[in-house]
Design a protein around this ligand. Structure first.
Ligand SMILES: [Cu+2]
Length: 121
Protein backbone atom coordinates (compact mmCIF):
# COMPACT_ATOMS: atom_id res chain seq x y z
CA UNK A 1 0.00 0.00 0.00
CA UNK A 2 2.93 2.30 -0.56
CA UNK A 3 1.30 4.12 -3.44
CA UNK A 4 -1.79 4.77 -1.38
CA UNK A 5 0.32 6.51 1.26
CA UNK A 6 2.03 8.51 -1.44
CA UNK A 7 -1.26 9.72 -2.88
CA UNK A 8 -2.48 10.55 0.58
CA UNK A 9 0.63 12.64 1.29
CA UNK A 10 0.33 14.36 -2.07
CA UNK A 11 -3.33 15.17 -1.53
CA UNK A 12 -2.56 16.52 1.90
CA UNK A 13 0.18 18.78 0.53
CA UNK A 14 -2.12 20.05 -2.20
CA UNK A 15 -4.94 20.87 0.18
CA UNK A 16 -2.51 22.60 2.54
CA UNK A 17 -1.11 24.79 -0.23
CA UNK A 18 -4.57 25.62 -1.59
CA UNK A 19 -5.82 26.67 1.79
CA UNK A 20 -2.80 28.89 2.32
CA UNK A 21 -3.59 30.62 -1.00
CA UNK A 22 -7.17 31.09 0.16
CA UNK A 23 -5.79 32.53 3.37
CA UNK A 24 -3.85 35.17 1.45
CA UNK A 25 -6.95 36.16 -0.49
CA UNK A 26 -9.12 36.39 2.54
CA UNK A 27 -10.24 39.94 3.26
CA UNK A 28 -8.89 41.33 6.51
CA UNK A 29 -10.83 43.74 8.66
CA UNK A 30 -9.05 46.28 10.83
CA UNK A 31 -9.96 49.31 12.85
CA UNK A 32 -7.58 52.08 13.86
CA UNK A 33 -7.61 55.70 14.91
CA UNK A 34 -7.31 58.44 12.30
CA UNK A 35 -7.23 62.16 13.09
CA UNK A 36 -10.22 64.09 11.81
CA UNK A 37 -12.80 66.60 13.02
CA UNK A 38 -15.64 67.13 10.58
CA UNK A 39 -17.63 65.64 7.74
CA UNK A 40 -15.14 67.02 5.25
CA UNK A 41 -12.47 64.97 7.00
CA UNK A 42 -14.70 61.94 6.98
CA UNK A 43 -15.19 62.21 3.21
CA UNK A 44 -11.51 62.89 2.60
CA UNK A 45 -10.46 59.92 4.72
CA UNK A 46 -12.90 57.55 3.05
CA UNK A 47 -11.90 58.83 -0.39
CA UNK A 48 -8.20 58.41 0.39
CA UNK A 49 -8.67 54.70 0.95
CA UNK A 50 -11.09 54.22 -1.95
CA UNK A 51 -8.47 52.27 -3.89
CA UNK A 52 -8.23 48.79 -5.41
CA UNK A 53 -7.87 46.23 -2.65
CA UNK A 54 -9.95 48.15 -0.13
CA UNK A 55 -13.41 46.65 -0.03
CA UNK A 56 -15.01 48.71 2.70
CA UNK A 57 -14.12 51.86 4.60
CA UNK A 58 -16.15 53.72 7.16
CA UNK A 59 -14.89 56.57 9.31
CA UNK A 60 -16.59 57.23 12.61
CA UNK A 61 -16.31 60.90 13.54
CA UNK A 62 -17.39 60.32 17.13
CA UNK A 63 -14.55 58.03 18.13
CA UNK A 64 -12.17 58.77 15.21
CA UNK A 65 -11.97 55.13 14.23
CA UNK A 66 -11.63 54.01 10.66
CA UNK A 67 -13.09 50.56 9.97
CA UNK A 68 -11.60 48.88 6.96
CA UNK A 69 -11.88 45.65 5.05
CA UNK A 70 -9.07 45.06 2.59
CA UNK A 71 -7.45 42.32 0.57
CA UNK A 72 -3.91 41.80 1.88
CA UNK A 73 -2.84 40.41 -1.48
CA UNK A 74 -3.60 43.72 -3.18
CA UNK A 75 -2.73 46.25 -0.52
CA UNK A 76 -0.96 46.20 2.82
CA UNK A 77 -2.08 47.93 5.96
CA UNK A 78 1.09 50.04 5.84
CA UNK A 79 0.15 51.25 2.37
CA UNK A 80 -3.26 52.25 3.68
CA UNK A 81 -1.67 54.29 6.46
CA UNK A 82 0.52 56.00 3.85
CA UNK A 83 -2.52 56.87 1.72
CA UNK A 84 -4.17 58.50 4.72
CA UNK A 85 -0.98 60.44 5.47
CA UNK A 86 -0.87 61.62 1.86
CA UNK A 87 -4.40 62.95 2.29
CA UNK A 88 -3.12 64.90 5.31
CA UNK A 89 -4.37 62.67 8.10
CA UNK A 90 -2.47 61.14 11.00
CA UNK A 91 -3.15 57.54 11.90
CA UNK A 92 -2.26 55.81 15.12
CA UNK A 93 0.67 54.15 13.37
CA UNK A 94 1.89 56.82 11.02
CA UNK A 95 1.85 60.62 11.05
CA UNK A 96 1.33 62.89 8.06
CA UNK A 97 4.26 65.17 7.31
CA UNK A 98 3.78 68.86 8.11
CA UNK A 99 3.63 69.45 4.38
CA UNK A 100 0.85 66.86 3.94
CA UNK A 101 -1.02 68.20 6.95
CA UNK A 102 -0.82 71.78 5.67
CA UNK A 103 -2.74 70.82 2.54
CA UNK A 104 -6.00 70.11 4.32
CA UNK A 105 -8.63 72.78 4.85
CA UNK A 106 -8.08 75.09 7.82
CA UNK A 107 -11.33 73.98 9.45
CA UNK A 108 -9.99 70.44 9.32
CA UNK A 109 -6.79 71.10 11.26
CA UNK A 110 -7.60 68.29 13.64
CA UNK A 111 -4.32 68.51 15.52
CA UNK A 112 -5.53 71.78 17.06
CA UNK A 113 -8.93 70.26 17.81
CA UNK A 114 -7.67 67.38 19.89
CA UNK A 115 -9.34 68.65 23.08
CA UNK A 116 -12.36 70.05 21.31
CA UNK A 117 -14.19 67.12 19.75
CA UNK A 118 -17.67 68.57 20.01
CA UNK A 119 -16.76 71.82 18.32
CA UNK A 120 -19.06 72.44 15.37
CA UNK A 121 -17.41 74.27 12.50
CU1 LIG B 1 -12.61 68.36 8.39
Amino acid sequence: MKSFKYIFALTFALVASLSSIAQDNKPVSVEFTVGGVCEMCEKRIEKAVDVPGVIYADYNLENHKLSLVYKPKKISEDQIHKLLNEAGHDTEKSKASDEQYAKIHSCCQYREHVHDHDHDH
